[in-house]
Design a protein around this ligand. Sequence first.
Ligand code: HEM
Length: 490
Amino acid sequence: MTATMDVDKKLLNTGVLIVATLVVAKLIYAFLIPRSGKRLPPVVKGWPIVGGLVRFLKGPIVMLRQEYPKLGSVFTVKLFNKNITFLIGPEVSAHFFKASESDLSQQEVYQFNVPTFGPGVVFDVDYSVRQEQFRFFTESLRVNKLKGYVDQMVAEAEDYFSKWGDSGEVDLKYELEHLIILTASRCLLGREVRDKLFDDVSALFHDLDNGMLPISVLFPYLPIPAHRRRDRARKKLSEIFARIISSRKSTGKPENDMLQCFIDSKYKDGRPTTESEVTGLLIAALFAGQHTSSITSTWTGAYLLCHKEYLSSVLEEQKNLMAKHGNKVDHDILAEMDVLYRSIKEALRLHPPLIMLLRSSHSDFNVKTREGKEFDIPKGHIVATSPAFANRLPHIFKDPDAYDPDRFAVGREEDKAAGAFSYISFGGGRHGCLGEPFAYLQIKAIWSHLLRNFELELVSPFPEIDWNAMVVGVKGKVMVRYKRRELTAN
Ligand code: HEM
């Protein structure tokens, strides 16, 4: 009997001890280490399920403007069953730009490009192959190649503007779009397209472009007429390039253009590119570089024509360069156009055509804000950053909405105010734009020609932003009155 009571007592004591231990452990957990769990970013409030979508459709930048002051630089938007976490500003976006593909990948979020670029290239292939294809881009855009492209850019600009009268009125946006398609055709797609097939190929690119709708981002294969036209155009472009490539291969005469570089490119295992890959890479180059550059040329013009002080600075620079080099313009002379460079860069800060960059996260990571708050971002989130918003942060850019090219001049250098990711119109880090030097050369070639040969005046109101376009650009026409004049050297 007593033996049984002893056992019962022991059991009771053990039970009490276990419960007490659990309670104490819980208390310690609750009070002493309350922050050891995940510190998830705050979530944008909206109506359940559709709320996020409604907010998003009003425009991501409108949403960012409303939420950033309330929630800070890191927050999550729920869209359907997806969590999109925004990292705004250089203090929290470094991981976005620097992470390896296995941690933050582009493939899933940029899948919608696959039917446009075609099979076997860029986002349709594994990262190891994509990396090699980006190497082909890098090689095709090296300085020795760029030097040749510049001569073609200058020739295209001279030819195009020689067709303007002595004076008149034009839609600058239309004119620059057109000139940039011609230049891109020459430098990227090649002489055959530029000289013989320009109208056909432009029409096909137009169909590819029109097949890239906001809805295509979510549903790239919807059976709608725009997608059917896109698919037909992609097929016809393949046929056209297959003919050009085999004719180049048979004549053996090399050309200085991106097409030739892609034809001559080889993977590490020695395999040459296929005709279909060459076509896909050229399409990708045009999609990356054409609208982005023409939009930036138009904004640059609109700002310069409205800011006489900066217009006179760029004119002064041209006069000095003419005194030094005469009328000649080549790669190295364009490289000396520093004031013009800053004027373009500032237009691009205010109006980056790619307003949102995305990645898909495959591992947990954490970020620390400027205020010292830490957040854990779980794997599975889509991670986003926004050049359009981040480029106007007042703690990085003084008076951020003002056009002020001098903010990049020696002594101020606001583009580096908080390190490498302060200015992100071209992205940065691991996936930074490979075409940045090409884009600046092209825009400088156009504007140095216009400044040297025309007096220009903006006659329509300062343009608004067309937020609805996939590549965000200029809304409506940009009417400019021109008068031919010859700038005289200093
Ligand atoms: C003003 C003109 C341009 C702007 C604003 C621009 C902007 C950008 C941005 C923001 C990215 C990064 C995308 C991301 O991180 O998700 C990017 C990447 C890229 N851009 Fe550009 N771009 C321009 C012109 C060009 C041109 C002319 C070319 C080629 C001829 C080009 C080729 C590329 C390529 C190949 C990438 C991918 C790099 C990678 O993922 O490793 N871009 N560009």
